[in-house]
Write a protein that binds this ligand. Structure first.
Ligand SMILES: [Zn+2]
Length: 298
């Protein structure tokens, strides 16, 4: 894990999933915890090396790679954990994530690994957008929905920890189809994000971006990708199609080689988000005939 000081006492702990750490008056505030007990322990090691006491943990959203390390931290430290509503329910009942990926049924074994089924954690305080004081830390919670239903960012001073509102160029390049719960909300969040007046934007994956040109350009790249996915789904509907044909069309378009049920089901969620968006715009509607649900252009 690489520790980067973004501003005085504000650190970006970079790994598979990034964490944020703010240090002040001998106390520490952690933003997200990484995937598992190893990432939780790594965060505690940094906190110990800085010689501060962990005061609080703010969790941005209920994806396993962001809150999976929280249980290990709670077992080792007396700490207050904060999370937004709905996301908090999923952190306390992590089965919800693989359950929704599997269409609401008991998830298959492939979805029961730590990347989609985290260890549960206790959320002490549900947070809302607006100012949040945690010990000596004055933070602002900012709503950033779309990637997850009630994802939030955490602003401290001139730095906004913006979770998975925006993905780095490396992820766009490698994974192509970024995970999305509500495509319209994610687009709206991208449009708002670069207009927020922070000097530094520190996301959950990849490097931090300077306000201005840097954040504008990565937000534009994310927007373009989401629009390309939605357009790909629309273009595949020259004849009515079932969802699996659309997952295949999108995967083929981006040259993906989906190799696991989890990879397939994550991609399917983004395709379904594109269908929701098209349906909301009146461009597509579901058609059930011959016991098949197909999507048809309106
Ligand atoms: Zn996420």
């Amino acid at each position: 894990m690489e520790t980067v000081e973004l501003a005085a006492g504000i650190f970006h702990l970079r790994g598979g999933s990034n964490m944020g750490l703010v240090v002040r008056e001998g106390k520490g505030l952690l933003i997200d915890t990484g995937l598992d007990k190893d990432s939780g322990r790594r965060a505690l090691r940094v906190i110990d090396e800085l010689g501060v006491t962990l005061e609080g943990v703010i969790l941005t959203h209920a994806h396993a790679d962001h809150f999976g390390g929280a249980q290990a931290i709670q077992r080792r430290r007396e700490v207050t954990v904060y999370a937004p509503s709905l996301e908090a329910a999923m952190m306390e009942h992590p089965l919800i994530e693989p359950l929704f990926l599997f269409g609401g049924a008991a998830p298959i074994g492939d979805l029961r690994h730590k990347f989609t089924l985290a260890k549960p954690c206790r959320v002490d305080q549900v947070i809302e957008p607006g100012p949040l004081q945690v010990g000596p830390f004055e933070t602002t919670i900012i709503s950033l929905p779309g990637h997850a239903p009630n994802q939030v960012g955490v602003a401290v001073g001139d730095v906004l920890f913006c979770a998975d509102a925006v993905f780095p160029a490396a992820t766009l390049q490698k994974h192509k189809v970024i995970f999305c719960f509500d495509l319209d909300e994610m687009l709206a969040t991208l449009d708002r994000l670069h207009e927020l007046e922070y000097a530094i934007f520190a996301p959950g994956h990849g490097p931090a971006y300077a306000g201005g040109e840097e954040i504008v350009s990565i937000c534009a790249a994310n927007r373009e990708r989401l629009e390309e996915i939605r357009e790909c789904v629309r273009a595949a509907l020259t004849v009515p199609q079932e969802t699996p044909a659309l997952v295949q069309a999108v995967s083929d378009h981006f040259g993906l080689g989906l190799a696991t049920a989890t990879a397939y089901l994550l991609t399917r969620t983004t395709v379904l988000a594109a269908l929701s968006s098209l349906e909301r715009s009146g461009l597509v509607h579901p058609l059930v005939e011959e016991n098949r649900l197909r999507w048809r252009l309106s």
